[in-house]
Ligand binder design. Structure first.
Ligand code: DGL
Length: 288
């Protein structure tokens, strides 16, 4: 089946040797890059983390849209062939605005993860966790609803969504399996447990770092990694447009840019990425 996610895209003017642009509010999108490097080892990545303005998860849609457009414009200037918005908050609040200004395809994380969750669930009970902004936007809820309508699904789908803002600092702190993380997870996930979900969308790119504890609190629940699902859709688009990298070049695999380079950035980034980053270049936007 051809997914609607790969239809109506800008026609290809790019070349296979160009990098894939990946953008996040900070360090979380590196969990998507980790998947990308594993799944598409021939591709190069230009990553931008907006570390000067993180978090996005407690900001208004207008602010998130303005920041996201600035970040994606930077990647477009770097001549990327496709952009992955590896930030659930930016995908929820700003994807259409970013797609409007982009001459290259832009893939968000919401629709791919919603599609994957619908494909996985047996009971029809799907859970979503994310930042406050992502959950309050209702973006996942409407993506799931639209997919059901378009697919003519008769079956009842119920969705329970919970904002889990404390997971972001726990993931960055490296408390992947700390008793405090476990306690907070029990609290946040209680409504999802009660609703007997069988599938959980990790609607924040930080959350894959907490997979073990989440899986422990919700055993037998299928976890959906939104960044990984977005990479799979990006791969499909690159193949359909004939601009996937068929062989590995000599350049650095991941080129990393940040809007603020704190002393902790490299160690947190490398933990999220799972391999040494080497270097990160600090860039400045006009007004920041
Ligand atoms: N990476 C962001 C997301 O996926 C969470 C961090 C933030 O609040 O900016 O939503």
């Amino acid at each position: 089946m051809k997914s609607s996610l790969t239809e109506n895209l800008p026609s290809p003017t790019q070349e296979s040797s160009q990098a894939i642009g990946v953008f996040d509010s900070g360090v979380g999108g590196l969990t998507a890059v980790r998947k990308l490097v594993n799944m598409l080892p021939n591709e190069r990545v230009a990553y931008l983390g907006d570390t000067a303005r993180v978090p996005y998860g407690n900001k208004t849609a207008a602010t998130v849209s303005a920041y996201s457009q600035e970040c994606v414009s930077f990647l477009i200037q770097r001549k990327v062939k496709l952009v992955i918005v590896a930030c659930n908050t930016a995908s929820a609040l700003a994807l259409e605005d970013v797609q409007r200004i982009s001459p290259v395809p832009v893939v968000g994380v919401i629709a791919p993860a919603a599609e994957a969750a619908l494909g996985q669930t047996r009971s029809g009970k799907i859970g979503i966790i994310g930042t406050r902004a992502t959950v309050q936007s209702g973006a996942y809820q409407s993506a799931i609803r639209n997919l059901c309508v378009n697919a003519g699904l008769e079956r009842e789908i119920s969705v329970v969504a919970e904002a889990c803002p404390l997971f972001v600092p726990f993931a960055e702190e490296g408390w992947h399996y700390h008793p405090a993380t476990r306690l907070v997870a029990e609290e946040y996930l209680a409504p999802l447990k009660k609703a007997q979900i069988d599938t959980l969308i990790l609607g924040c790119t930080h959350y894959p770092m907490l997979t073990d504890v989440l899986q422990d609190v919700l055993p037998n629940v299928q976890l959906i990694n939104s960044g990984e699902e977005a990479v799979a859709i990006a791969d499909r688009i690159l193949h359909e447009q004939g601009i996937h990298a068929a062989q590995r070049g000599m350049e650095r695999i991941v080129e990393c840019f940040v809007t603020d380079k704190s002393t902790a950035f490299m160690s947190v980034a490398e933990r999220f990425l799972g391999f040494p980053l080497g270097m990160a270049e600090e860039i400045r936007f006009g007004k920041s």
